[in-house]
Design a protein around this ligand. Sequence first.
Ligand SMILES: [Zn+2]
Ligand SMILES: [Zn+2]
Length: 135
Amino acid sequence: MTTVHGSCLCKTVQYEVDLPFERFMYCHCSRCRKATGTAHAANGFVKASAFRWTAGADAVKRYDLPEAVRFALQTCSNCGCRVPHHTRDHTWMVIPAGSLDEDPQMKPQAIVHWASRAPWFTDCSEMTKFDTAPG
Ligand SMILES: [Zn+2]
Ligand SMILES: [Zn+2]
């Protein structure tokens, strides 16, 4: 078993999670687009027992979307970054992969809510790539 660490942008909230992810997926639903501000979420799922806050648990702010059956998110109350959240039944922890500080040593396996993808979504393989920001 491998344990990796993650944190928010300001490092107030820190956590560790035992891998592997049981599921690792991109989600293109409109709620994930709003929640992430980008084309899709990249979420890993682990059982709640595989997750521990190591700093800043009291700075974690939760939002449960009222009209949703499941949709929720948690953010750092200082920097506003998404951080992991538990599902409403407390069975799973959903880990925003961008909050990891270490390589989870696995790749996403599936794309969900593909039919809901943004009209502007473009596959990365079709785009010009710069190793750093162009001048
Ligand atoms: Zn923060
Ligand atoms: Zn989604």
